[in-house]
Design a protein around this ligand. Structure first.
Ligand SMILES: [Zn+2]
Length: 200
């Protein structure tokens, strides 16, 4: 048997189609989005390969079939890709809890970050933070958003000194687990829970 592109074990992140052979059962257990036939594991859905090394599990995460377009009032999740004194730019990865690809871009003005008056954005949000935001204008490119509201704001942030995850120790007050550095953010009430979904 020749080991070519069709035979080799697929790698994490590779795009596959239903029926694509992913791996052999000696190497992996078939997880979500797969089926096993004989000694082989195949993709049951189109999507991206995901591998859990510890569990020796290979899965396929299906891509959303219909395009998800953010509309006014929708809750979105994304990463802060640019921060100036007066606004942040967010690259949106989830719209209404559905993954979107390619991503959408949203800007949030300093006046839309907190109910409290802020001189500059960096008092409440920093580059690389993960935020949950709401679309307030879907007619513009980029979209306009807000972080005002108890469920909106930073849901995960890293220490600007050492890069470790920051823990919430008070309202809008965060502390680094590793180096004990304190930082301020406009956090959501469920900051750090790992929950991306918007609770209603
Ligand atoms: Zn730190």
């Amino acid at each position: 048997m020749t080991l070519d592109i069709f035979d080799r074990t697929k790698e994490a992140g590779e795009l596959v189609f239903p029926g694509t052979r992913l791996a052999v059962t000696e190497e992996f257990i078939g997880g979500y989005g797969t089926y096993t036939e004989g000694n082989n594991i195949y993709a049951a859905v189109a999507g991206k390969v995901s591998i859990n090394i510890e569990k020796h599990e290979i899965s396929v995460m299906s891509k959303p079939t219909a395009a998800v377009i953010p509309k006014e009032g929708d809750i979105v999740i994304g990463g802060v890709v640019n921060a100036s004194l007066q606004m942040i730019t967010v690259s949106i990865h989830y719209v209404k809890n559905k993954e979107v690809y390619p991503t959408y871009t949203m800007v949030i003005h300093v006046s839309q970050i907190s109910r409290e008056y802020l001189d500059t954005v960096d008092e409440a949000v920093c580059l690389a933070d993960i935020v949950r935001a709401k679309v307030i204008d879907d007619k513009t490119i980029p979209l306009q958003g807000t972080l005002i509201g108890s469920q909106l704001g930073v849901i995960l942030a890293s220490c600007s000194r050492c890069g470790s995850q920051l823990e919430k120790i008070g309202r809008d007050k965060l502390k680094c687990k590793e180096c004990a550095y304190f930082e301020k953010r406009k956090t959501t009430i469920d900051y750090g829970s790992g929950k991306l979904a918007f609770k209603t």
